[in-house]
Design a protein around this ligand. Structure first.
Ligand SMILES: [Zn+2]
Length: 386
């Protein structure tokens, strides 16, 4: 049984311990010591990292009553971690402090949401890739802004965070979140006036240490909502990155930083209007081209255009085709439309593209369409034989 130094004092980062067991776990060795400040993974949070002596601890797990520190399996480490050897341990404080900021911030959030909306926290995930909290209810945008304000206000109050093990009588009268049947004494984390919750993880000693709290996004998740959140330095770095991104966009667009969305909306509308005009002009040119064309058995054309315009051109050319008109886009795989107004079997023409080039598509009643990956010369050669 390992003494959990992290349990009642989250500020312990260095400690002396003794190896009580060493397990060979394949690629890794699992070192069990008599006392540790390393928090093992649990409750949605990844474990601490750090050093045992000169050896890097990659991960820490709790299995039953054993806390296992995973290190690389090497001959050198087998020698270093012999039973009874005294070792100095050091927790990676930067990661631990950041984890505590996120986790204590999550308690503020969950407590405030529970008190205000009655929703439960039904899922929590904290890792280097992100922090998410799931609730069994939904929020409006305005409600989320209010919740974000309230969490930050609780941070500014710099409230003391109490961690304690209530006795059975005290527990019987205590109102707290995250009620689960567990063996042994229940660890309670209380932030006065905001939250009382059963939790096994290390927390900041005062809420001011959380620094700041941001809700990055809210999305529907099962019957409720998944919030992505960040606290402390991670929130600071995230908003700095987004401000830099916004500053870059505003420079590119030559508009004010607070008006980028409005500007992009305007550009988008202008782009749509230009695309519409371009299609109109392209079709006018195509109409002239068809007017000038002499009738022939098969028309094969290649055009830098969308499907609608390919179809428009094929339809116009088909008026002058004795068999059919086929129009292909320029990009590979090429989209194509084949139209006949004289009763030619366009399904069979399409079939020859399938058998020659593995084209996809088909058609009937004088119109076929699909996509094909072939060169202009290859397509012309096959279509002239039809
Ligand atoms: Zn917790």
């Amino acid at each position: 049984m390992t003494e959990k130094l992290y349990d009642l004092d989250s500020s312990v980062t260095e400690f002396d311990c003794k190896v009580i067991e060493l397990y060979n776990m394949g690629d890794q060795l699992a070192v069990e010591v008599d006392r540790t400040a390393f928090f093992p993974e649990g409750g949605g949070q990844t474990s601490d990292r750090g050093m045992l002596g000169e050896t890097y601890v990659e991960n820490v797990e709790i299995q039953g009553c054993h806390i296992l520190h995973f290190v690389e399996n090497s001959e050198e480490n087998v020698q270093k971690f012999q039973k009874g050897v005294a070792i100095h341990g050091k927790v990676d404080w930067e990661k631990r402090f950041s984890d505590m900021q996120q986790h204590s911030g999550e308690h503020l959030l969950s407590g405030i949401v529970h008190n205000r909306f009655g929703y439960n926290n039904v899922g929590f995930h904290l890792s280097e890739s992100g922090v998410t909290v799931d609730f069994d209810g939904s929020f409006t945008e305005k409600e989320l802004c209010k919740v974000e304000d309230l969490v930050n206000e609780a941070i500014w109050k710099n409230l003391a965070v109490h961690v304690f093990y209530p006795d059975e009588a005290a527990l019987a009268t205590l109102e707290y979140r995250s009620k689960k049947e567990i063996d042994g004494p229940l660890r309670i984390v209380e932030i006065p006036g905001v939250d009382v919750c059963a939790c096994c993880a290390p927390h900041v000693k005062r809420t001011g240490e959380i620094g700041q709290f941001r809700i990055l996004s809210a999305e529907k998740h099962r019957a409720g909502t998944r919030l992505s959140i960040l606290c402390g330095a991670r929130a600071l770095h995230d908003s700095r990155k987004k401000l830099q991104e916004n500053a870059h966009v505003s420079r590119l667009l030559s508009c004010k930083q607070g008006e980028t969305a409005q500007f992009v909306q305007k550009m988008k509308s202008e782009k749509e209007a230009l695309a519409f005009r371009l299609v109109g002009l392209q079709r006018a040119v195509l109409e002239e081209r068809v007017k000038a064309a002499a009738p022939q058995r098969v028309f094969t054309a290649f055009l830098d255009a969308e499907m609608d315009t390919l179809r428009f051109y094929a339809d116009a050319l088909a008026e002058k085709a004795e068999a059919f008109a086929a129009v292909f886009s320029l990009s590979q795989p090429r989209q194509f439309v084949i139209i006949s107004k004289t009763g030619a079997d366009v399904g069979a023409v399409c079939g020859s593209l399938r058998s020659s080039f593995g084209a996809k598509g088909g058609g009937r009643n004088g119109v076929a369409q699909g996509a094909v990956d072939a060169s202009e010369a290859e397509l012309r050669a096959v279509l002239q034989e039809q």
